[in-house]
Design a binder for this molecule. Sequence first.
Ligand code: SF4
Length: 105
Amino acid sequence: MKATNRRVFMLQVAAGTSAAAAGQVLAQSTPAKVDPKDPQAMALGYVDDTTQADAKKFPKHSNDQKCANCQVYSGKAGDKTGPCAVFGGKLVSSGGWCSAWVKKA
Ligand code: SF4
């Protein structure tokens, strides 16, 4: 193998390794689901099911308020979960709710 060929080969190996590493990063970057028992979720009264929201604590809540129609929810229509900006992009239930709910414009 000539020196030039060896250098090209090493670059290809390095590129392949980078692509594999990028693949791992992508696989690991799938956001976690928000646990309703997380301190932040508890503080905001997050529930996976809007009908389970604490009516006494959140009197302005109504069951038609859901993550799926919240301003900061970025899940696709029909998906069961989607990222929420309030929870740093973690996944929330499309039928969930928290006290930071704002009607999607
Ligand atoms: Fe759901 Fe909106 Fe609360 Fe996020 S901020 S958990 S999308 S209601």
